[in-house]
Design a protein around this ligand. Structure first.
Ligand code: PLP
Length: 415
C-alpha cells in the first residue's frame, strides 16, 4: 500500500541509513552491504578499457564520451550480443535502454506502466529495498507477495491478483528476482518459471525480472525473459556486481511493442527527464571491461563466482562452528548456493536501534530484514552479506555476532 509519511520516510531512507551506519562504525566488520568485490578493477585497467572502446576504428574517441549522448544508450548492440551469447535472451539493440543502475530502470519501468495512476504492483517479499523505494517514490499502490522456499509461484501470483482486485486496482506487474534473490537467496525452478509466465500471461500481468545475481551460478535455469514467448517479461539488469557499482550502469530489456516502436524507446524518452543519458564514459568503461569481448565477461563472471562461493562457504562454516547450540538459541539460517546473502532467524527484535547497539558494542554490522518487507514479517531476522568481508575476517565477524545474539535483554539494556 502507498505509505503514510512516516513509513514513506523509513522506506526511502533505508539504504541511506545502512550506508551511514557503516561510515559511522569503521572498526566494525560489515556483513551489511551487497557491495561487490573489485578484484581486477584498477585505475589503469579502467582507463585502458575506455581507450579500447574510444580508440578502435570508426569510434568517436574520448571527446564524444565527454559529451551528452543518446538517451537509449551507446552500448546497446554490444549488450544485446552479450545477452544472446550468454543465453540470457535474444533481443536487438532497440529493445534495450541503458540506465543509471538497475535502480533507474525500476523507476522508468514503473513510470512507463503508469503505476502511479492505476493498477497495483506486486512485490515479492522479502525484496531488495530499492524496488520498494522506487514504488514509494512513484506513489504506486503495492501488494507484498510472500515467497516460499522456491520463490514466487503461479499460485502466489493468482492470490496477489485477488488481493489487488479487492483493493480496487488490478495487479498490473509483479517484481520478481528468480536467481538468488536479495535477500532470501531463493531460486525459482525452471518448471515454476514456465508456470509463472503462463499465469502472468493469462492475468495480463507483466513480470519485472531482476537478474542481478544470476551470474553467481552458471546452472541457474534460463531467465524468465529467455523463456518468455509472449512479451510478458521486462528484464532489469545491472553491471554493479559484475563490474563495479561506481560506474552506475544498468539496463532494461523491454521489447514489448509500444506506440509503433518498443517499450524500451519509450523508457528512453522518459529518461530525458530523469538522467538525460547514462554517462557515456561509464558505458565505455563497462563495454571495455566486459562487453566488447564475450570471453572477458565469461571469465570475469567465473572468477567472481568462485570468490563468492568461497566466501559463502566460509560464512556458513563459521556459523555452524559458532552456533552448535543454534536451536537452543532459537537461531536458524538458510544455505544458499549462490548470491551474496545468508538470512538468519533469531529470537531478538532486530531494528535499526539494535543494529546501532550491535555496531557500537560488538563491532559487527548486518542488515535488519524488516527493511525488505512492507509489514513486520522480518522483525526478528537479519541478513548477512558475505560479499564485502575479507575472507580472514569472516570468522571473527561471526564470533562478534555470536556475542551479540547471546546477549540477554538485560545485558543489552545495560550497555
Ligand atoms: C536485487 C538487486 N537489484 C538491483 C540492485 C541495484 O543495482 P544498481 O546498483 O544497478 O542500481 C541491487 C543492489 O544491491 C540488488 O541487490
Amino acid at each position: 500500500m502507498t505509505g503514510t509519511p512516516e513509513t514513506e520516510a523509513e522506506i526511502l531512507g533505508a539504504i541511506g541509513f545502512l550506508n551511514e551506519v557503516m561510515a559511522r562504525y569503521p572498526q566494525a566488520i560489515s556483513f551489511a552491504p551487497g557491495a561487490p568485490l573489485l578484484d581486477g578493477i584498477t585505475r589503469e585497467r579502467v582507463i585502458a578499457a575506455v581507450d579500447e572502446v574510444a580508440g578502435h576504428s570508426g569510434a568517436p574517441g574520448w571527446n564524444a564520451l565527454f559529451q551528452y549522448g543518446p538517451s537509449q544508450g551507446i552500448v546497446n548492440a554490444d549488450l544485446a550480443r552479450a545477452l544472446s551469447a550468454a543465453g540470457a535472451c535474444t533481443v536487438g539493440a532497440t529493445d534495450i535502454t541503458i540506465t543509471v543502475g538497475a535502480q533507474e530502470g525500476f523507476i522508468l519501468v514503473l513510470r512507463a506502466l503508469e503505476l502511479h495512476r492505476r493498477g497495483t504492483l506486486g512485490i515479492v517479499a522479502p525484496a531488495f529495498a530499492g524496488i520498494r523505494g522506487a514504488a514509494t517514490f512513484m506513489g504506486a499502490q503495492t501488494v507484498d507477495v510472500l515467497e516460499g522456499p522456491e520463490g514466487v509461484t503461479a499460485a502466489d501470483l493468482e492470490a496477489a491478483c485477488g488481493r489487488a482486485d479487492a483493493l480496487g486496482e488490478p495487479l498490473r506487474a509483479l517484481y520478481v528476482a528468480p536467481d538468488f534473490a536479495n535477500p532470501s537467496g531463493t531460486v525459482i525452478p525452471r518448471q515454476a518459471r514456465l508456470e509463472l509466465l503462463h499465469a502472468a500471461r493469462g492475468r495480463q500481468v507483466l513480470l519485472i525480472e531482476d537478474t542481478t545475481y544470476g551470474f553467481t551460478d552458471p546452472d541457474v535455469p534460463p531467465s524468465l525473459k529467455a523463456l518468455d514467448e509472449h512479451g510478458v517479461v521486462i528484464q532489469v539488469g545491472t553491471f554493479s556486481k559484475v563490474c563495479f557499482p561506481g560506474a552506475r550502469v544498468g539496463y532494461v530489456v523491454a521489447d514489448q511493442p509500444w506506440n509503433g516502436s518498443t517499450l524500451a524507446t519509450w523508457l528512453a524518452t522518459l529518461k530525458n527527464t530523469t538522467t538525460v543519458n547514462t554517462p557515456a564514459l561509464s558505458q565505455a568503461m563497462v563495454a571495455g571491461l566486459v562487453l566488447s569481448d564475450p570471453a572477458a565477461l565469461a571469465e570475469r563472471q567465473r572468477m567472481l563466482r568462485n570468490s563468492y562461493r568461497d566466501k559463502r562457504n566460509l560464512l556458513l562454516t563459521a556459523l555452524d562452528d559458532e552456533f552448535p547450540d543454534a536451536s537452543e538459541l532459537g537461531l536458524s539460517w538458510n544455505r544458499p548456493t549462490g548470491g551474496f546473502f545468508v538470512v538468519m532467524q533469531t529470537r531478538r527484535d532486530l531494528d535499526h536501534a539494535a543494529l546501532q547497539h550491535c555496531a557500537a558494542c560488538h563491532r559487527v554490522l548486518w542488515t535488519p530484514m524488516r527493511d525488505f518487507y512492507a509489514g513486520r514479517a522480518g522483525d526478528t531476522m537479519l541478513r548477512l552479506s558475505c560479499s564485502h568481508v575479507p575472507n580472514d575476517q569472516i570468522r571473527e565477524g561471526v564470533r562478534r555476532l555470536g556475542a551479540f545474539l547471546r546477549e540477554t535483554s538485560q545485558d543489552a539494556a545495560a550497555q
